[in-house]
Design a protein around this ligand. Structure first.
Ligand SMILES: C[S@@+](CC[C@H](N)C(=O)[O-])C[C@H]1O[C@@H](n2cnc3c(N)ncnc32)[C@H](O)[C@@H]1O
Length: 90
C-alpha cells in the first residue's frame, strides 16, 4: 500500500497514524497531477479529499494522471456542488 501527498506535514501525520494503527504502508511525496512519475500501477486507487480541490483544467490533468496508474478500481471520496446536503436533511 502506498500513500502519496505533496505536503510533508500530511505525510508525517499519515505515517504516525499508520504506525499507531499497526498498518503496514509506504508513503511518498508525489504530485497527484503526475502520478505516472511513480512508475507504478495499482489494482485499487483511493482519492480521499483531493479531487474537489482541483479546478476544471486540473481535473482533466488529474484524470489522465489517474489513468496512468490505475489498472483496477478507482474510488473517489469528495465533496460535490450538487444534490442534497445531508447536513441540512431533517
Ligand atoms: C482535504 S486534504 C485530504 C487529506 C487526506 N487525504 C485525508 O483524506 O484526510 C487534501 C490533501 O491534498 C493534498 N494535495 C493538494 N494538491 C495535491 C497534489 N497536486 N498532489 C498530491 N497531493 C495534493 C494536500 O496537501 C492535502 O493534504
Amino acid at each position: 500500500m502506498l500513500g502519496v501527498d505533496v505536503a510533508e506535514t500530511a505525510l508525517k501525520s499519515a505515517r504516525e497514524k499508520s504506525r499507531r494503527s499497526g498498518l503496514e504502508a509506504e508513503f511518498a511525496t508525489a504530485d497527484a497531477l503526475h502520478l505516472e512519475r511513480l512508475g507504478r500501477q495499482f489494482d485499487t486507487v483511493l482519492d480521499s479529499g483531493l479531487f474537489h480541490t482541483f479546478d476544471a483544467s486540473e481535473r482533466l490533468e488529474y484524470a489522465e494522471s489517474l489513468k496512468a496508474v490505475t489498472k483496477g478500481t478507482l474510488y473517489v471520496l469528495c465533496f460535490g456542488d450538487e444534490g442534497e446536503n445531508p447536513a441540512r436533511t431533517p
